[in-house]
Design a binder for this molecule. Structure first.
Ligand code: SER
Length: 871
């Protein structure tokens, strides 16, 4: 059975059990402070489990793209080494939100596996939670009894909290689970060892395929469990593992989820899969990682230096380095797999086909730039190894290589070993630990439980229509972190505060208590569909009715920039072409940032045209036409632009200004005239095929032009108010160039006459022609002069000191090559050691080296000491 069919059968089965089939949510999560990536099928439904929103159906089923590379669920290090862990994988799932529970979940799972997929019952085992004394949870007798009806009791195994109690994170919904394991070993092996003893023992052919989670508790911040008001089902089946079982192969990588990629890697690199273990690992790593990276890019997450972007960059670098070391690929090649990926998965996930060229370009550029770094890193490593005394290379240096060049330890070790060196691993680990501790200290925070103040059904956002409202506190919690200190997060029954989202920053403002207390709201965010207001203090009377007031200038300017972003998007598509797609945006009161796909630099003529396009729309005074809660299909039919990688609900909001129409939850001006003026401040590349425009609107434009005018006037005044400013700058530049030339000539002349004097000062000491003196020359002339003298004298040793200013000193040392070689003199060592007298340091080669420092007062000492080297 082909993987396409396996997926379709799963969804059809649950459709026949009245489940609504939904598409996969994006793999990269935006606006979720608690999670970077969708790490399980249930993650997109978190808000339903928490009771913060209601699903459109109480039964849902899907195939969800998941990524397990950070946080609580992280499989990265296993990937490639075994045959059944992945960074990105598909999770087939069925959900009940307060609908059916254990009985149906168990019966249907069994029916699907054994009757639809026709898996032999004798190769299946199931597990049941045994209870946990510390948590006060009992053995899951209910699940046991349901299983007992369909499977012999000796195939039901008991499992502990680690394997059979599923938790989303440190806090939140959780519950016991039953896993279904499959034993696909040969009959021979089965006869030798009973499959039962291999369940949950990391055996590659006795693996878990499906996890049925019975969500019945909520884990609180203090670790205790409370019963959830209604019970839910969350199941997750590893799609690739299911394919392995149904296709009768022994490894996920031998299923058609991976074979097309592996064949393509073989074709590109000329190596064969299945001949050498190290090569196989590399091929598996690359086949796995290109899926993770490709889908992340298609979902709008480009590799970068922080957050989710950095995780993606690291995954790709891991793949590059495996290719570099074990497949001998010194040029970029992984990007060539984008085509196979799109072809293979484009039917189930259209985004990968639509974004193919972006995936291709971004990976290519990332590969090329990391390969350049690899080269540079290799050179540095060579130098480190050369200066190593003994055979153990400093782990501190290896850590520096890792930290600044992304050079993994195993690569450093491999190269060092080839040259007969080892790396001090303890030192490396210490460096790594110190870095981890630093970042943990910076980011760690403790979140308390919600404290309920008032039961209220409503949690409504009223901020599209008003900036003030009378509100009541429904719950709050305390968050303590080293970085921010103690903060409170407040939730109100209704709120005019816009929570950060869609690129727009969260509102700021205040709530006023009847007794006159004012509590400042420093930020507003949305978490699992709840709007959270951040404050430094708590109101004294929690049950009062507060007047919530949004900072109207903050909001007005953010809205101005947000509406301008829509007009800019429209302008870019009109002027550059329909291929332009929004890839990210930031909107705050000060400026807007817009990232979009486009393959060349936007020319200055195009920039002017874009500005003019937007400003024309502003002058037209186009009114805001907003539609709320309309069905997604209708919005798209009316021409609204939806963004790839964005998770939209079933009913959406559309924002129209003239011909610009987008799906958007942000806040906007009532009329484009309110934007006043639009000005682009910069245009640049952020990644291959992605450009970034930064622009300003409204009052910021006034400030911008005032600033320019002030500068202009200042320059004009400095130049004594010429009629034609650019002409007088040009003539200054010409004059400057002339003067430079003259100075160069003068310096040359000076060096020539100085040379005569210096030659007379050279003395023979210990068989060496020696001179150490202070000179007054620029570094270029010193070097020339030294090499000229070197041509005229044998066995020459010269040290020149200069003091270009009161805080600057420089040493330059020249030693004839023959002398350096014969006597082991080293100019680098001379300047390094004498450099300490001028409070500085430097280095170079054994025949020429320079050092710089801050203390010209040390020069006499340097000159006195130089002679000591002539031993
Ligand atoms: N949440 C469970 C898991 O990820 C089942 O979907 O294993």
């Amino acid at each position: 059975m082909k993987s396409q069919e396996i997926r379709a059968k799963f969804l059809d089965f649950f459709k026949s059990k009245q489940h609504e089939i939904v598409p996969s949510a994006p793999m990269v999560l935006k606006n979720d402070p608690t999670l970077m990536f969708t790490n399980s099928g249930m993650a997109p439904f978190k808000e339903f489990f928490l009771g913060n929103a209601a699903p459109k159906s109480t039964r849902i089923s899907d195939s969800q793209k998941c990524l397990r590379v950070s946080g609580k669920h992280n499989d990265l290090e296993e990937v490639g080494y075994d045959t059944y862990h992945h960074t990105m994988f598909e999770m087939l799932g069925n959900w009940s939100f307060g609908d059916y529970f254990k009985k149906e979940a168990i019966a249907w799972a069994w029916e699907l596996l054994t009757e639809v997929y026709k898996i032999d019952k004798d190769i299946l085992y199931v597990t049941v939670f045994e209870g946990d004394e510390k948590d006060g949870t009992k053995m899951d007798q209910e699940a046991y009894d349901f299983w007992k009806e369909i499977i012999p009791e000796d195939r039901i195994l008991m499992g502990n909290k680690k394997d059979n109690f599923w938790e989303m994170g440190e806090q939140g919904p959780c519950g016991p689970c039953s896993e279904i394991h499959v034993d696909i070993r040969s009959a021979e092996e089965k006869a030798k060892v009973d499959g039962k003893s291999l369940v949950n023992e990391d055996h590659p052919q006795v693996v878990e395929i499906w996890n049925l989670v019975f969500m019945q508790y909520n884990r609180k911040a203090n670790g205790s469990l409370v019963e959830l008001p209604s019970k839910h089902i969350d199941t997750g089946m590893g799609f690739e593992r299911l394919c392995m079982v149904l296709q009768g192969v022994q490894s996920n990588y031998d299923t058609d989820c991976f074979t097309p990629l592996i064949r393509e890697i073989e074709t590109i690199t000329g190596v064969r899969y299945g001949k050498d273990e190290q090569v196989d690992i590399a091929i598996r790593v690359i086949a796995d990682h290109v899926r993770a990276v490709g889908f992340a890019i298609a979902d709008g997450q480009l590799p970068s230096n922080n957050g989710a972007g950095y995780v993606i960059r690291r995954i790709l670098r891991r793949a590059i380095r495996y290719g570099f070391t074990f497949l001998n690929q010194k040029e970029a090649f992984i990007y060539k797999l984008a085509d196979t990926l799109a072809h293979q998965m484009g039917d189930a996930f259209p985004e990968i086909r639509k974004q193919e060229s972006l995936v291709h370009n971004v990976i290519k550029e990332e590969e090329q730039s990391f390969l350049r770094t690899l080269d540079q890193g290799l050179l540095l490593l060579d130098r480190v190894i050369e200066s190593t005394e003994g055979k153990v290379v400093s782990g501190k240096k290896a850590f520096e290589l890792y930290d600044t060049f992304g050079f993994p330890l195993d690569l450093t070790q491999l190269i060092a070993r080839e040259k007969g060196y080892e790396i001090n691993e303890e030192e490396f680990a210490a460096g790594m630990q110190a870095q981890k501790d630093r970042s943990r200290a910076a980011s760690s925070s403790e979140t308390g439980d919600w404290i309920l103040v008032k039961q209220d059904e409503v949690e409504e956002f009223v901020g599209y229509d008003t900036l003030t409202a009378n509100v009541k506190l429904t719950r709050y919690r305390k968050v303590s972190s080293k970085k921010e200190g103690d903060q409170y997060q407040l939730v109100f029954n209704l709120t005019p505060f816009y929570p950060e989202g869609g690129g727009q920053v969260g509102d700021k403002g205040a709530i006023e208590a009847p007794n006159g207390d004012v509590i400042y709201i420093t930020n507003t965010k949305k978490e699992n569909n709840v709007i959270i207001h951040f404050t430094k203090t708590l109101p004294t009377d929690l049950t009062a009715t507060f007047k919530a007031v949004v900072n109207d200038e903050f909001r007005r300017l953010s809205a101005s920039n947000h509406s301008a972003t829509h007009l800019l998007h429209q302008a870019l598509r009109a002027i550059l072409g329909d291929h332009v797609e929004q890839k990210g945006s930031l909107v705050n009161p000060n400026y807007l940032r817009f990232d979009f796909s486009h393959f060349s630099k936007v020319t200055s003529d195009q920039i002017e045209e874009i500005e003019e396009f937007v400003n024309a729309r502003i002058r037209e005074n186009l009114p805001l036409e907003e539609k709320r809660n309309i069905p997604m299909d209708q919005a798209v039919q009316e021409g609204a632009i939806a963004l790839f990688g964005e998770k939209y609900g079933d009913s959406v909001r559309t924002i129209r200004f003239g011909q610009s129409m987008e799906l958007c939850g942000g806040t906007h001006v009532q009329n484009t005239g309110d934007i006043w003026y639009f000005k682009i401040k910069s245009e640049a590349a952020v990644a291959a095929g992605i450009r970034r425009i930064e622009a300003i609107t409204n009052m910021a434009v006034g400030d911008y032009f005032e600033d320019i005018e002030r500068n202009y006037n200042a320059v004009k005044q400095l130049l004594k108010n010429p009629k034609d400013l650019s002409k007088s700058v040009t003539s200054l530049q010409e004059e400057n160039a002339q003067l430079k030339k003259q100075i160069e000539q003068l310096l040359k002349d000076k060096a020539k006459s100085l040379k005569g004097d210096l030659k007379n000062q050279i003395k023979e000491v210990n068989g060496v022609q020696f001179l150490a003196t202070k000179v007054d020359l620029d570094p270029g002339s010193i070097k020339n002069l030294m090499f000229e003298l070197g041509g005229e004298f044998d066995k020459l040793f010269i040290l020149f000191a200069t003091a270009p200013s009161a805080e600057k000193a420089m040493l330059t040392c020249y030693i004839s090559k023959d002398l350096a070689n014969e006597r082991g003199y080293d100019a680098g060592k001379v300047v390094r050691e004498l450099g300490k007298y001028i409070h500085g340091g430097g280095g170079g080669q054994n025949f020429f080296a320079t050092a710089g420092g801050k203390n010209p007062g040390g020069i006499p000492k340097v000159l006195e000491k130089a002679v000591d080297y002539l031993v």
